[in-house]
Design a protein around this ligand. Structure first.
Ligand code: ZN
Length: 166
């Protein structure tokens, strides 16, 4: 059972055309689609696009992609630029949407982008948030990224499906 985020009334399921059974608030007379989080993750390319940045966080030694939640009211594009700056000190020169996937464990829709960074320098790394960061050639990034992860699926999609068509 879930409750209306506006008025707290218990929601009931009501049919909605082409959508199936959707939670409905009898008090507000509004459908209340289930809420989820939105985050961005980034395949960060070096300025010459020859290398990919992988990071390690939270005391773990898995190599992952730079990622972060989208703030309420913020665009995904802005979140991507902001997160790269906050975590690595790097600026985004260009940004392109890659693909998305829902991550059930954190109830998050993850939007993956590819971006080109303005520098290879990691002097501005936010060591409070990122334990380590390293540039890898694409063939090595493919091997080094955390196995069985959403980050790996995004990276492989980019390298195998998208990169050649750009
Ligand atoms: Zn309500």
């Amino acid at each position: 059972m879930s409750f209306c985020p506006e008025c707290g009334t218990a929601l009931t399921l009501k049919p909605l055309k082409n959508e199936g059974m959707i939670p409905f608030c009898e008090n507000c007379r509004e459908y209340r689609f289930p809420a989820f989080n939105t985050a961005v993750s980034l395949i960060v390319l070096s300025p010459d696009k020859s290398e990919i940045l992988l990071i390690q966080q939270y005391g773990r030694h898995d190599n992952i992609l730079v990622a972060g939640y989208v703030n309420k009211g913020e665009s995904a594009e802005n979140a991507a630029v902001r997160e790269l700056k906050e975590e690595t000190g790097l600026n985004v020169i260009s940004l392109e949407y890659n693909r998305s996937e829902y991550f059930p464990r954190t109830n998050t829709l993850m939007l993956n982008f590819t971006c080109v960074a303005d520098s290879r320098s990691l002097d501005g790394l936010n060591t409070g948030e990122v334990d380590a960061a390293e540039w890898f050639a694409p063939s090595l990034a493919r091997e080094k990224i955390r196995p069985e992860s959403l980050a790996k699926r995004f990276l492989l999609y980019y390298l195998d499906e998208k990169k050649n068509k750009l």
